[in-house]
Design a protein around this ligand. Sequence first.
Ligand code: PEP
Ligand code: MG
Length: 364
Amino acid sequence: QPELAGDFATLMRWADTYRRLRVRTNADTPPDSKTAREFGAEGIGLCRTEHMFFDDNRIVAVRQMILADDRAGREEALAKLLPMQRDDFEGIFREMSGLPVTIRLLDPPLHEFLPREDSEFAEVAAAMGVDAKALKDRAEDLSEFNPMLGHRGCRLGITYPEIYEMQARAIFEAAIAVTTGDGDPVEPEIMIPLVATEKELSILRGHVEAVAEAVFREKGTSVPYKVGTMIELPRAAICADRIAGAADFFSFGTNDLTQTTIGISRDDASRFLDPYVKMDIFPQDPFVSLDVDGVGTLVSMGADKGRAVKPDLKIGICGEHGGDPASITFCEGLGLDYVSCSPFRVPIARLAAAQAAIAAEKQG
Ligand code: PEP
Ligand code: MG
């Protein structure tokens, strides 16, 4: 652990003896997972799977998956992606040596996957054996005025269940391969994004369970697993008691929760928030440090409502705020189980979690 050598490493070990909050990382590749472990991450709290789909040797199949106009066409594309996803997850499980790994099912704004150039349309059309013009029409049909509030997150899993089924299969096959091979036992945590209603979660949980049963039967063995949800929409926080019925864990996605609570685009905010902060309209950029009065109230409500139904519900936070010391203090106050942040913020989070625990103890 070269980055955490000497006095710094000693300080971090001391901090760990005071800390109550666990510190996980947001990582979606084996190298990032390794870096995070070297910094002391105790698991992965958010593995975003959408980044994996942009790989040069898969983007054509991904575009085929999105542009196919029937389930059979999507399944043909998904069959090409399955072995690659299985390798993705195997690599991460191995790197994490049995530590908890939360894998979030696909959550892209769909337009990011659509071809733009004629040559890209031609390439996908050739792979599908269809006319490029037909594909352009289909892409036109799929275009959205506001993709960040559109056909993304679990809505994709509801309309195209075969996408999440492929990912769940890849996760279970990878977990079994590592567990029955030379790796540490894996208990995957499958996370559903952008859930607003309990029905979305219970439908998708049903699909994941059906895939688990099928894979376990085929392989003649099983692994334990959990299914949980992001809480990143105000409705999910408000209805967290109902949503908890179908969830083994909650993870607060405070990036989207901030965006949807204060109604400011997370992608454009930095352009105009400076004067806001200077005028103390928000004491800090709310996308960096949790807006405690507004978003924080929803986080607190969501955690309380979830625990009222399931006292042992695991609850974490995986938005950018999970690596911000002031927000971590807030999470300590709520008694969350863990924070999850980017690999390079893990030491900051360890220290902040210790300081928060010490301060809480002093206050009695
Ligand atoms: C979030 O919304 O806070 C989150 C962690 O998910 P993403 O940033 O991938 O939307
Ligand atoms: Mg999100």
